[in-house]
Design a protein around this ligand. Structure first.
Ligand code: ZN
Ligand code: ZN
Ligand code: FE
Length: 748
């Protein structure tokens, strides 16, 4: 294997390259290390164990004075390097790479905060050159104090001295501040009255949370709603007020020790938890976890993360217990970032607000990752990662703006071989989200000084992002098919070269197809210059269209009808009367409001309902997640039959078997597992047919369905076993959060 690591930080002139060189030598790795203006790129080849050790030791054994601001890594196909070398520096300067993500508080700053003799004792805005806010405070480039929201504060003598002293840790630390001169926190009640300030405000907040209160806390990229995660009653109160009935809530823990008590943590998960990016990491809950069940109801995972800003550390030091820390918003709106906005939107949810007077220039939600097959898989790429560039395997011919999709939107700007993906914007469903979207497009064009010669958007005529493109960039607009964009994003981050072809599996919930139907179970033959649709799921109807997304039993009804015809009315598998069933079947038969789809996401939903897991859902992919977790409890290795009819992958033989097994009383977990095994089989078979015809062996897996760990892991290993080279996402999400990258690449 080849490991590629891209690091930004204080790594030049501190003996970092010789360190990497020695470490690679010690582990017998081949490849290179190279400096450029933005950081260091390392590529190393060797055995899996050596590479894993290499990765873990970069963090652990790096030179004392070096600092890592970010570390992107991915495992790629090997190139057969001959030896390990220090390559000549690439010194083409680009000011854009100086825009860094927000960095978790460093150990030295934590020591300052803990030291009762230090003037920053207990100070929640402590930072230095090695840590602190970046993206969320920058107003303009170059990255200088006057171009940040810290410009509102003038440094005291002591801070100024540090700032100008080259040997000081805070030399040119733009957000440098102390209690004397910097921002301060205050606690405000729901009527807007100030309750307390500074240290008192933090102590009061701790007490309020201990007593079962919900407090909105202003962090780096927006407000969190924080409450005791151990109290069922409190968490239920939060859910009720936030109108977020079942979706899992993220939990912030004081330290890794407490996470270990509640969840299983392997070395990769631990690395992710303590990395400077400090993402939320999806972990498997322990059977005897003490955390309130309603944090992630009907769910055997938990999203855990560690404090990343001094204010969080101070709160967690007082609380000494895990707290729910979820983006402060109502249902699916963007995270609240300003006081006024927070009071308006959150006063029905939070009793108090712990706020401060440092402006948040741009919102930034927490990132979410999951470890699958020892790879770090991003589910949401935001704080800590954005706006680090994704490096392309080729140079773009002209500057590009990509407008992204509709769900999980991110936008991107691309220039030369770099694509800057925005932080998570979210679903473009509410006026607030649309506003945030427009702001972000303007923001990225200005911040990265990009004048796009071409603008890419999704083909869907109903998407807000596409309409935005029509309105402002009509002449330069190029529309990109959604699933092609998925596959392109996967190819680009996996170093696929111009002219190469891949077999692409784009499995997701929905995307506008070339034939104007809803696609989502697509097998493409693709290169950077185009694609052909080789296979797709057998088309079925969605009675009620979008309603079927919220009510998987509608899809279940349709799948049963496709398989059994009018017999479906008597299958007795769904909690529906014959009349209700007839209503949906009639809709399908008469073609009333029942769009045709080939969506794999909907197939997962429908099967989940047929097996009996989830008939109605309150959040995206909930039915599929319930089925995935059930499958995880089964060791079943069997599979169901399916057939390939022309270009269609016919799942009806499988459904017939599932119905039979349901009637025989086979365990639901086992049926769920066999279904997953069957989808893996479908992928390997379709890939095999295409390889036989074309000789292509690289297989790109993209689309939200591949967030399913059982499916991804199973597919990854089966493809390898059969001699394919599977390409999976490790830099951008497989869900629609990665679409903007694919769009940039499409219009290169
Ligand atoms: Zn620091
Ligand atoms: Zn000061
Ligand atoms: Fe998609």
């Amino acid at each position: 294997m080849r490991l590629r690591v891209r690091i930004t930080g204080v790594i030049q002139g501190v003996g970092f390259r010789p360190f990497i060189y020695r470490l690679a030598g010690e582990l017998g790795l081949k490849g290179y290390v190279q400096n450029d203006t933005g950081g260091v790129t390392i590529e190393a080849e060797g055995g899996k164990e050596e590479l894993t050790l290499f990765l873990l030791r970069i963090d652990r054994d790096k030179p004392e004075i070096s600092r890592i601001y970010s570390l992107h890594h991915s495992f790629l196909q090997k190139k057969d390097f001959k030896d390990f070398i220090i390559k000549e520096s690439d010194v083409e300067g680009d000011i854009r790479v100086s825009v860094l993500p927000d960095l978790a508080t460093c150990d030295e700053c934590l020591n300052d905060i803990a030291d009762s003799g230090d003037r920053r004792h207990g100070y929640p805005f402590t930072n230095c050159t090695n840590c602190g806010p970046r993206l969320t405070i920058i107003t303009d480039l170059p990255y200088d104090r006057k171009n940040t929201s810290m410009n509102d504060f003038s440094m005291c003598k002591e801070c100024e001295r540090e700032y100008n002293e080259p040997s000081d840790r805070r030399f040119h630390a733009q957000p440098d501040a102390c209690p004397e001169c910097g921002p301060e926190v205050k606690l405000v009640d729901d009527s807007g009255e100030t309750v307390s300030r500074r240290g008192r405000a933090i102590d009061d907040t701790v007490r309020l949370i201990e007593e079962g209160g919900i407090v909105a806390v202003k962090g780096l990229g927006g407000f969190h709603l924080i409450c005791d995660a151990m109290s069922e009653e409190t968490v239920l109160k939060l859910r009720e007020r936030k109108q977020r009935e079942e979706r899992p809530l993220a939990v912030m823990f004081p330290d890794i020790g407490l996470i270990n008590k509640e969840a299983y943590v392997d070395q990769f998960e631990e690395r992710a938890l303590i990395s400077v990016e400090r993402p939320i990491v999806i972990l498997k809950k322990k059977e005897d976890a003490a955390i309130a069940a309603s944090v992630s109801p009907e769910n055997d995972t938990i999203g855990a993360f560690l404090p990343y800003a001094p204010l969080h550390h101070l709160l967690m030091n007082g609380l000494k217990r895990p707290v729910v820390a979820t983006s402060a918003n109502v249902s699916d709106e963007p995270i609240a970032k300003d006081e006024e906005d927070a009071f308006k939107r959150l006063s029905n949810i939070a009793g108090h607000f712990l706020t401060h007077n440092r402006r948040i220039v741009r919102r930034c939600d927490d990132s979410v990752v999951r470890i699958v097959s020892e790879r770090q898989i991003p589910l949401r790429r935001s704080r800590g990662f954005a706006p680090l560039p994704v490096i392309l395997p080729f140079k773009l011919e002209r500057p590009v703006l990509a407008l992204g999709p509709y769900m999980n939107n991110t936008i991107a700007v691309g220039i030369d071989d770099k694509v800057y993906l925005s932080q998570h914007i979210g679903d473009l469903e509410t006026p607030l989200a649309m506003e945030f979207y427009e702001e972000t497009v303007k923001d990225y064009l200005k911040l990265f000084d990009i004048k796009p010669e071409v603008v890419a958007a999704d083909m869907h005529p109903g998407y807000f992002s596409t309409a935005f493109g029509e309105k402002y960039y009509k002449e330069r607009l190029v529309k990109v098919q959604h699933h092609f964009a998925h596959i392109l994003s996967c190819m680009a981050e996996n170093d696929v070269q111009l002219g190469e072809e891949v077999i692409g599996f784009a499995f997701d919930g929905t995307g506008y197809g070339d034939d104007r139907t809803v696609w989502g179970g697509e097998v493409l033959r693709a290169s950077y210059s185009g694609f052909t649709r080789e296979y797709h799921l057998y088309p079925f109807h969605l009675p009620g269209g979008d309603k079927a997304v919220k009510e998987p039993l509608r899809t279940a009804c349709s799948l049963l009808y496709e398989t059994l015809g009018s017999e479906a009315l008597h299958s007795g598998l769904l909690p529906l009367s014959e009349e209700e069933m007839r209503f949906y079947v009639d809709m399908i038969a008469r073609g009333v409001n029942s769009p045709v789809t080939t969506s794999m996401g909907r197939l997962f939903d429908g099967i989940s309902s047929i097996i009996g897991f989830k008939h109605k859902v309150s959040y995206h992919a909930q039915a599929a997640i319930a089925m995935e977790q059930a499958a995880g409890r089964s060791g079943e290795s069997g599979r169901y039959p399916f057939s390939m009819e022309g270009r269609a992958i016919d799942f009806r033989p499988m459904i017939r078997e599932i119905i039979k097994e349901k009637h025989e009383g086979v365990f639901e977990e086992d049926i769920a597992r066999k279904f997953h095994n069957t989808v893996v089989d479908i992928i390997v078979s379709a890939a095999g047919l295409l390889r036989d015809r074309t000789g292509i062996t690289k297989v790109a897996l993209s689309g939200g369905v591949f967030q399913n760990a059982i499916l991804l892991e199973g597919t990854f290993h089966k493809l390898k076993e059969h001699g394919f080279i599977p390409l999976i996402h490790q830099i951008v999400p497989s869900n629609d959060g990665g679409i903007s990258l694919g769009q940039v690449v499409a219009v290169k």
